[in-house]
Ligand binder design. Structure first.
Ligand code: C2E
Ligand code: MG
Ligand code: MG
Ligand code: MG
Length: 287
């Protein structure tokens, strides 16, 4: 179906694009009240040590239980929240909930009997430029009694590309306090490896695309070399390497051999409710 767009130009009507635009509009309108209505919830995905398979922590991943559309993934609404500015209060809520959850895991575990479970929280670029970031984080850690080194904030590589010192200052302050900063989706942007030294980062999260290329056996030799190179550079800069999107045992084994430290993916567990993480960690500790 094509509709005339004046003169002899034609525009293709794209019902799907229209539907998407309508939903987008609807979601944007519903977003500001969704937080007050308690429509957001967080799933946790375990981070597993590749050496011994133990659960070391989890990444917090936000979802929106929309009254009409059901559960929406963050890709559907985070961009809208960034656009409308809701990301600042939403991000603060995710941080507080997740750190509280980390505290609860610790308490259920009887202190640090199972080793401390760490919590990873994603930060949007808008939160980085928001002046309240450091203070909010400090307050949340103090209120919950969670040590800064149990928290890791994930920032995408693209958010830090060309970052000037003003942008890096809050991250530096947090890093000095002991909060870990991870570079998320690493390897997808125009990574300036030399730039890494300048960033207050202690963890590289290798993007899923690298993990995917470990799927075939034997894996693509060029990808193997690239991952090997990234790992050796990271380790020489004292950075830990986490891999995302591990879906098979073969990938996990390959990435372990390549020297990656921690892994996350469906092979271990899908993101799920917080109780699930405790079960996994407990099973893990008792054999
Ligand atoms: P991310 O931080 O890179 O998170 C990893 C994504 O990969 C998650 O998607 C996770 O569910 C998915 N994943 C995990 N394991 C596997 C696997 O084995 N295979 C595949 N195919 N996928 C896997 P999700 O939950 O849809 O989140 C998407 C993105 O939304 C996140 O990417 C992150 O950038 C953003 N996000 C999520 N929660 C928050 C938040 O609280 N704040 C902000 N600013 N962004 C968030
Ligand atoms: Mg992340
Ligand atoms: Mg990631
Ligand atoms: Mg990713």
């Amino acid at each position: 179906r094509a509709k005339a767009a004046g003169g002899n130009r034609f525009e293709l009507a794209d019902p799907e694009a229209d539907a998407r635009a309508i939903t987008r509009h609807g979601l944007t309108t519903a977003l500001p009240t969704a937080l007050d209505r308690g429509e957001f919830f967080i799933e946790y995905q375990p981070l597993v040590h590749l050496g011994d398979g133990s659960v070391r922590g989890a990444e917090a991943l936000v979802r929106w239980l929309h009254p009409q559309h059901g559960v929406l993934s963050p890709d559907r609404f985070i961009p809208l929240a960034e656009h409308t500015g809701l990301i600042v209060p939403l991000g603060r809520w995710v941080l507080e909930q997740s750190v509280r959850q980390a505290r609860e895991w610790r308490d259920v575990n009887g202190g640090d009997a199972l080793g401390p479970l760490r919590i990873n929280v994603n930060l949007s670029p808008c939160q980085l430029t928001h002046p309240g970031l450091v203070q909010d984080t400090v307050e949340i850690l103090e209120r919950t009694g969670v040590a800064p080194d149990a928290l890791c904030l994930e920032v995408t590589e693209s958010a830090l590309i060309g970052a000037d010192d003003d942008l890096l200052k809050p991250l530096r302050r947090l890093a000095e306090m002991g909060v870990d900063i991870a570079l998320d989706d690493f390897g997808t942007g125009y990574s300036n490896l030399a730039n890494l030294r300048r960033l207050p980062v202690s963890v590289l999260k290798l993007d899923r695309s690298f993990t995917q290329s470990m799927q075939q056996f034997p894996a693509d030799p060029v990808d193997l070399k690239i991952v090997e190179g990234i790992v050796s550079l990271a380790h020489s800069l004292d950075l830990a390497v986490t891999v995302e999107g591990v879906e098979t045992g073969a990938q996990a084994e390959q990435l372990r051999i390549l020297g990656c430290d921690t892994a996350q993916g469906w092979y271990y567990a899908r993101p799920g409710p917080p109780e699930r993480l405790h079960e996994l960690a407990l099973v893990d500790a008792t054999g």
